[in-house]
Design a protein around this ligand. Structure first.
Ligand code: HEM
Length: 260
């Protein structure tokens, strides 16, 4: 059969995947499903791009890394602005179908956790919240054991003549990234002497800031929609989410900004 727009994009399957659970149907449940599915598609692209970024960083490919980071940074900005759409849903409207979600929650998003792991925020203990029979569990475990973007960033720094301290290399792949004064010093020097590399460092900072913006917008979305109710995932809700704010992925990049 001739390839068409619909067959290439598998639109019949894609458009058959929005199945509200409320009966009679609550109008806004469609928005709730579409927006979450859209986020998951963007998470998929972010992971795809971060995989490419890792290869580019290790190869010392500065322009490739810049181009890829520009793309993921732009996707993240879109993730942030999309919160506006969901904020058109009132608390009353959400209450009308919230109980249909049972215990389902964004907390169980495997891809979101994969993004965190890929960026070096490794927390093996989060695995206990996922059932090993859940789709994507194996992928998440694999991400936990994979080298993160930050590990590949060290490779990049090495290609630029930076001596990487042995302890930064010796870290277990499953351990969270740690700050390093030696790396901060190297980043500071690159900022001062390499305007081309500074573009990459600024894009990494943009991306990191974007991820923090997303967390903030999500907390405020949750607060305006459910107030101080508990989450469907069983957490304290807003109180729990507030503790995730202002935590950068690339801490060494933020640590030196006052010196620039
Ligand atoms: C009315 C809209 C929303 C409400 C009320 C809401 C509520 C919550 C709550 C209360 C939590 C904490 C875990 C829990 O106990 O459930 C949470 C976590 C989470 N939500 Fe949402 N959420 C909403 C929309 C979204 C959207 C659109 C996304 C996009 C994917 C999303 C992704 C996440 C993620 C990834 C987490 C885990 C965050 C972390 O562990 O740092 N949420 N959400």
């Amino acid at each position: 059969m001739e390839l068409t727009y619909a067959s290439y994009l598998e639109l019949e399957s894609l458009l058959g995947l929005q199945n509200p659970r409320s009966d009679p149907p609550e109008h806004d449940e469609m928005l709730f499903i579409v927006i979450h599915q859209t986020y998951e598609l963007w998470f998929k692209l972010v992971l795809h791009e971060l995989d490419r970024l890792k290869t580019e960083l290790s190869a010392g490919d500065l322009f490739g890394s810049i181009a890829t980071l520009k793309r993921v940074r732009t996707v993240v900005k879109t993730l942030v602005s999309q919160v506006d759409i969901l904020e058109t849903m009132t608390p009353m409207s959400f209450s009308s179908f919230r109980d249909r979600l049972d215990k389902a929650s964004g907390f169980q998003s495997v891809q979101f956790r994969e993004v965190e792991f890929a960026l070096g925020y490794k927390r093996p203990e989060t695995l206990k919240y996922y059932n090993p029979s859940m789709p994507g569990y194996d992928r998440l475990v694999a991400r936990l054991h994979e080298r993160s973007v930050l590990d590949h960033f060290l490779d990049f720094l090495e290609t630029q003549g930076v001596a990487i301290p042995a302890e930064a290399r010796a870290r277990e792949a499953t351990a969270p990234a740690e700050s390093s004064e030696a790396i901060e010093e190297a980043i500071f020097r690159l900022y001062k002497t390499r305007p081309d590399v500074a573009i990459l460092l600024e894009l990494m900072t943009d991306f990191d800031e974007g991820m923090q913006e997303w967390r903030y917008r999500h907390v405020k979305l949750v607060e305006r929609t459910i107030g101080n109710k508990k989450g469907t995932g069983g957490s304290l809700g807003v109180e729990f989410l507030k503790n995730t704010l202002f935590r950068p992925f690339f801490a060494d990049l933020w640590a030196i900004r006052h010196r620039l």
